[in-house]
Write a protein that binds this ligand. Structure first.
Ligand code: AR6
Length: 301
């Protein structure tokens, strides 16, 4: 059965939420659900009430309605007969069923429970672009596009570039050869090949830090141009590494601020787009630099 795009994005958002740990934001998940509701998102749900009973949340028989984002998630444990139904209809069933406490998404593995109140809130809220911070590798993210901090040759290298090429395989190198390199601050797109949890890889080239004024503009352009390419290619989720903050030596206090401002400004300039952006910090230093920036008073306004 064909998997609807919105439901794939929901599966990705749930996965990223688990990967991001305890304090992870739910906004990316809410964005996908509220947009999906507007666009007839379908989810897999069991046919028979008997199948819900095993998800009983308490002794009074109050239960959670299970929904699955794909056949793969459905079949991870014992077989349940389920069918694709519009999420809107599933939520209406819950409205009329006082003993139902909410939904449990993908109950077999990496589950997410949303209570009736949470569902009500999701239905009322306006989806809007969101930036989340993740302590981890872009290569692990389940997104429309993974951004690569490449060099001007686009033929691979060390750092995250090397990790992406190793994961995506030789087909990626073959595709990159055809791109004829990329100027600093610009971005080019390919398929994700062996990285099956993403649709695309966006290759951007950050500046080698020189301390000159143009460094900031070039770094900012990497984020801006990558997001433009993502939108043009139908992506609604993008994972960035900390561009130029590794081998290219951009000091973290400046580079984190430039990247944050670039994305906030892009959101403001693209109010019609709903983009879930993840900044992936591969080490604690990067994460701490972002957290420091966020704690600072209006430093980035
Ligand atoms: N997996 C995931 N992320 C990583 C990894 C990894 N194995 N290694 C580093 N990062 P960098 P740059 C994170 O140095 O500074 C390459 O050779 C790192 O912590 O990869 O833009 C290219 O070919 C940081 O968050 O890129 C270029 O020649 C982010 O990736 C040059 O390095 C970027 O660090 C580009 O330098």
């Amino acid at each position: 059965m064909k998997m609807h795009n919105h439901i794939l994005e929901l599966e990705r958002a749930i996965w990223n939420w688990h990967y991001s740990g305890e304090k992870a934001a739910l906004e990316p998940i809410f964005n996908v659900i509220s947009q999906g509701l507007e666009e007839d998102m379908q989810a897999l749900t069991p046919m028979a009430t008997i199948d819900f009973q095993r998800f009983a949340a308490n002794e009074e028989g109050k239960c959670l309605l299970p929904i699955f984002t794909s056949e793969t998630e459905l079949n991870k444990e014992e077989k349940v007969s389920a069918s694709w139904r519009p999420l809107r209809e599933i939520f209406e069933v819950i409205d009329q069923w006082p003993d139902c406490l909410g939904v449990v998404m993908n109950p077999w593995d990496k589950q997410l429970v949303l209570t009736r109140d949470a569902l009500q809130m999701v239905r009322c809220r306006q989806p809007k672009s969101h930036l989340a911070f993740v302590r981890g590798s872009v290569v692990d993210m389940h997104v429309g596009a993974i951004v690569n901090a490449a060099n001007r040759s686009l033929l691979g290298g060390g750092g995250v570039d090397g990790a992406i090429h190793r994961a995506a395989g030789r087909e990626l190198l073959a595709a990159c050869i055809k791109l004829n390199g990329c100027d600093t601050g610009k971005a080019k797109i390919t398929d994700a090949y062996g990285i099956t949890y993403a649709d695309h890889i966006i290759h951007t080239v950050g500046p080698i830090y020189s301390g000159r004024e143009q460094d900031a503009d070039l770094l900012s352009s990497c984020y801006w141009n990558s997001l433009d390419l993502a939108v043009e290619n139908g992506c609604v989720s993008v994972a960035f590494p900390c561009i130029s903050m590794g081998v290219y030596g951009y000091p973290l206090p400046e580079a984190t601020k430039i990247s944050l401002l670039a994305v906030i400004r892009w959101f403001e300039a693209h109010k019609d787009a709903v983009m879930n952006v993840y900044f992936c910090c591969f080490n604690d230093r990067e994460m701490e630099a972002y957290m420091k920036l966020l704690e600072g008073e209006n430093e980035f306004s």
